[in-house]
Design a protein around this ligand. Structure first.
Ligand code: ATP
Length: 725
């Protein structure tokens, strides 16, 4: 017992709220024509989600609402509520009772509720499908529709059978999976197209990033090379500057010293020249004096000879005649003395005068022929002359000594001058050389200063190019060989740096970081899309396998179910017809041509094989349905409907005057079958047939009063039995 009750409010002829409680497995609804019995069956269709207005014998939603009568005004909404006993949880909701409600408003709007909560139609359909209450409505057989299943196209018949076999749920799942598969395929295509769109951009960015990486590598290389170059250059420039400055100091000092030397030599030289002149004059004077002294000494020696001779010839008479050579000698002596007196100084002059006087006197004495000199006088003369000679000799010695000393002095002075001159020449040459060196050193230092400026410029440029990486290099470090290596090595490094700079410039990547960022983002996006694509393909594959599995399940269950239905159908048919057989069989899928041309197109619809029925009546050679009588058709339909409920019995079955066309004997058989069916499914049968009424455990009478409102009367079973009889 699954159906507990149904409540109709404003639904069709049920203008007032009307409730039917079901307490028996088989309930029969009876009543006069037009009283509203079929409206009850339709109320079930309606509340279970029927969407076809035709099936509800209406054109639009409004037709389902109580239209009003003079006694009872029309309503604005029709509502039907059905209550299921869900203690067995045959419905997948964790409630002991499940109340399904549908309301339709005059504007055609529908509302569905499950246990009071607003839900969507598909929630209701899904819930009911899970309990084998399908949408094809084979479990609600409307009035006059019993043989619908015979008349229906094979495809529709198959759908009804599938519904009865509980395959709808699988089909629903399959359809859902197919829908998802379709969605997934669309998403795959979308994702692929996004990736396709992204690809050229990503490729472009990739190549840019590669360039940037290369430029960065080059920059790193440049940075390393710059650091090495600059460190070496700095060490070299600094050292050179210090070296040249030191050397300049040394050479400068040398120059100054040489200049000092020259100055000294010059001062040494000039007074010496004057002194030499004085000395030379003195030398001549001394020479003259010496020859004078010599002459005097010789005179004295002569006089002394004469005196000594006189001494020897005391008595000798002096000659009165003066010989001419004697006079000439005398005159010569006088001249000589006078000559010297002209140049002699005061002292010398006095000597000369004395000598002159003695000479003159001696001459005169000789001329006078005076008395001969005594021995005494002569002896005194000799003594005097000897004395004079001594003087003269010592004077000569003195003078020659002085002359010698002066000569030595002059020689020494000359030598000193010579050496000073040599020194001067030497110093001049050295000075010239030192000055040349100084000029060259200063030039070198100028060049080093320029190199230093260039170096500072290179540092600034380097920082601008590769940033602070090179700013922090150690200015104090001196790389190995920096001070000693060939300068061409540095030149080589500088050229390499220049080449690298050009290469980096040619790479021409500005805003590298932004490109790398964009590349990373794009790459991540692409990776994300690739992953999504993988996921989508995986889910597509899994959906396909789900669909395949569902198809297999559906096929298996269908085949199995069909077999069972056919067994039951055979049984019911034989029972109703007293023999014979009926069978459902799968039509061969047909292939068709869309047009007259040769191109063969398989129409998909045709591939879905429908279900046909074959019947063989007892004692009649009849096989086609077309030749059956109305009653025979009704019996066949009933056999088929009942057979369909055997494999997967629905929770309830509503049969609206399905037995209308049966004769009495068949009515009884029908009633028996109802009883059988009632053991598996709850039955609500609308009937005018007494035998059928008799099979029911409870009866509801439907009446319609003068105001056109349907009403329900619960009829006791005994009364019903009485009515039935
Ligand atoms: P039968 O035994 O002849 O098959 P029934 O008992 O099955 O008759 P129904 O077909 O259920 O009768 O009821 C039809 C009645 O319901 C008609 O009288 C019809 O006027 C009435 N009816 C249908 N729709 C409405 C509506 N919207 N408002 C009022 N009455 C309606």
């Amino acid at each position: 017992m699954y159906l507990k009750s149904v409540e109709l409010t404003g639904f069709k002829s049920f203008g007032k709220k009307t409730r039917l409680e079901f307490t028996s497995p088989i309930a029969s609804i009876v009543g006069p024509n037009g009283s509203g019995k079929s409206n009850v069956a339709e109320a079930f269709r309606f509340v279970l989600g029927e969407q076809s207005m035709k099936s509800l014998r209406s054109r639009k939603g409004e037709d389902l609402i109580w239209g009003g009568s003079p006694a009872l005004p029309r309503q604005n909404r029709a509502a039907v509520t059905v209550t299921f006993d869900n203690t067995s949880r045959f419905l997948d909701l964790d409630f002991p009772d499940v109340i399904v409600e549908r309301v339709v408003h005059r504007d055609g709007q529908n509302e569905y509720r499950l246990n009071g909560s607003l839900v969507r139609l598909k929630d209701v359909i899904r819930l009911l499908a899970g309990a084998n209450i399908g949408g094809s409505g084979y479990h609600i057989i409307s009035q006059g529709q019993a043989d619908y299943i015979l008349n229906a196209p094979a495809r529709e018949r198959r759908e009804m059978v599938e519904d009865a076999l509980g395959l709808k749920l699988y089909q629903h799942k399959k359809a859902e999976s197919e829908r998802k598969l379709e969605e997934t395929a669309q998403n795959i295509e979308k994702t692929r197209s996004l990736r396709r769109e992204l690809a050229p951009h990503l490729k472009f960015l990739g190549s840019q990033v590669e360039k940037i990486e290369k430029a960065r590598e080059m920059k790193d290389e440049l940075s390393a090379k710059l650091v090495e170059y600059l460190t070496r250059e700095h060490a070299w420039v600094t050292q050179e500057h210090v070296r040249l400055t030191d050397e300049i100091h040394v050479v400068d000092a040398e120059v100054r010293e040489l200049e000092g030397v020259l100055q000294k030599v010059r001062t040494l030289k000039s007074p010496e020249v004057n002194a030499d002149a004085t000395k030379l004059a003195r030398l001549e004077e001394l020479q003259r004096e010496l020859s004078g002294a010599r002459r005097r000494r010789e005179e004295i020696v002569r006089e002394l000879g004469r005196a000594e001779g006189a001494m020897e010839a005391v008595a000798i008479t002096v000659e009165h005649v003066v010989p001419a050579p004697h006079v000439r000698e005398f005159m010569h002596d006088i001249d000589d003395s006078l000559e010297r007196a002209l140049e002699a100084d005061h002292e010398t002059l006095r000597g000369l005068i004395d000598t002159l006087r003695g000479r003159i006197r001696a001459f005169v004495d000789g001329l006078k022929g005076a008395a001969p000199v005594t021995n005494e006088e002569v002896r005194r003369d000799v003594e005097r002359l000897t004395e004079n000679l001594k003087h003269a000799e010592s004077e000569e010695v003195r003078l020659s000594g002085e002359l010698e000393a002066l000569r030595t002095d002059l020689t020494t002075a000359r030598e000193v001058r010579f050496s000073a001159e040599r020194e001067e020449v030497e110093a001049r040459s050295k000075l010239r050389e030192a000055q040349t060196r100084l000029i060259s050193l200063r030039g070198d230092r100028e060049r080093i200063s320029s190199a230093r400026q260039r170096f500072e410029e290179e540092v600034r440029e380097g920082i601008a190019l590769v940033g602070s990486a090179i700013a922090g290099w150690d200015r104090n470090s001196i790389p190995e060989g920096a001070l000693s290596e060939d300068r061409r090595e540095q030149e080589k490094r500088r050229r390499e740096i220049e080449r690298l700079k050009i290469k980096i410039e040619e790479a021409g990547i500005g805003g590298g970081d932004a490109i790398v960022r964009e590349y990373e983002e794009t790459r991540k996006r692409d990776e994300f899309l690739a992953k999504e694509l993988n996921d989508l393909e995986a889910s597509s594959e899994s959906l396909r396998s789900i669909i395949r599995e569902l198809e297999i399940t559906i096929d298996e269950r269908f085949e199995d179910g069909l077999k069972k239905i056919n067994e039951a159908l055979g049984g019911f048919f034989a029972k109703l017809f007293g023999g014979g057989d009926a069978k459902l069989y799968i039509e061969e899928p047909r292939t068709g041509k869309r047009s007259e041309d040769d191109e063969e197109v398989v129409e998909e619809e045709e591939l879905y094989a429908g279900l046909s029925i074959s019947v063989s009546l007892p004692r009649k050679k009849i096989r086609g349905l077309e030749v059956l009588s109305g009653g025979e058709r009704a019996l066949t339909s009933i056999a088929l409907i009942f057979a369909m409920t055997q494999v997967n019995p629905p929770p309830f079955l509503i049969l609206d005057e399905t037995d209308a066309a049966l004769d009495e004997a068949n009515s009884k058989r029908y009633a028996d079958m109802i009883r059988e069916l009632g053991k598996q499914s709850q039955l609500i049968v609308i009937t005018h047939n007494r035998a059928t009424m008799a099979a029911a455990g409870e009866l509801y009478g439907v009446t319609m009063d003068h105001s056109g409102v349907s009403q329900i009367l619960s009829v006791k079973l005994e009364e019903a039995t009485k009515v039935a009889k």
